[in-house]
Ligand binder design. Structure first.
Ligand SMILES: [Cu+2]
Length: 121
């Protein structure tokens, strides 16, 4: 093979590897509170379930409240028994709209983030 040919093959292989691993990014499968839901009783915890194991050091749940104010969340915990789940305890929430902003990293080093909005009656 010529050097040019080797380079072309190598580049193609690398590009394929990058493309296939891109599908392995963490995807949120379910959340509690659920996106778009309104609750009569304020939820006491955020629980997010992903399709892949999460890196605890890079996994964080942030919550903002009705006035875009930060809602203090004591800690984000990646479940030891099921590392596809992260949770955070919630303080007492009053009426209004809340945004959960999550960020994480899977074992392949890919980062992902997203948010979930819910309301308390
Ligand atoms: Cu990935």
């Amino acid at each position: 093979m010529s050097l040019k040919r080797i380079l072309a093959v190598t580049t193609f292989a690398l590009a394929s590897a990058v493309t296939s691993s891109a599908f392995a990014h963490a995807k949120l499968q379910s959340s509690n509170p659920e996106a778009g839901s309104t609750y009569d009783t304020a939820p006491k915890q955020v629980r997010l379930k992903f399709n892949e194991a999460l890196e605890p050091a890079f996994s964080k749940i942030k919550v903002t409240g009705p006035q875009n104010n930060d809602i203090p969340v004591a800690a984000t915990i990646v479940d030891k028994a099921d590392p596809t789940v992260m949770t955070a305890p919630l303080p007492a929430l009053s009426t209004g709209e809340y945004h959960i902003q999550w960020s994480t990293m899977t074992h392949d080093g890919h980062k992902a983030k997203g948010d979930v909005t819910f309301k308390v009656k």
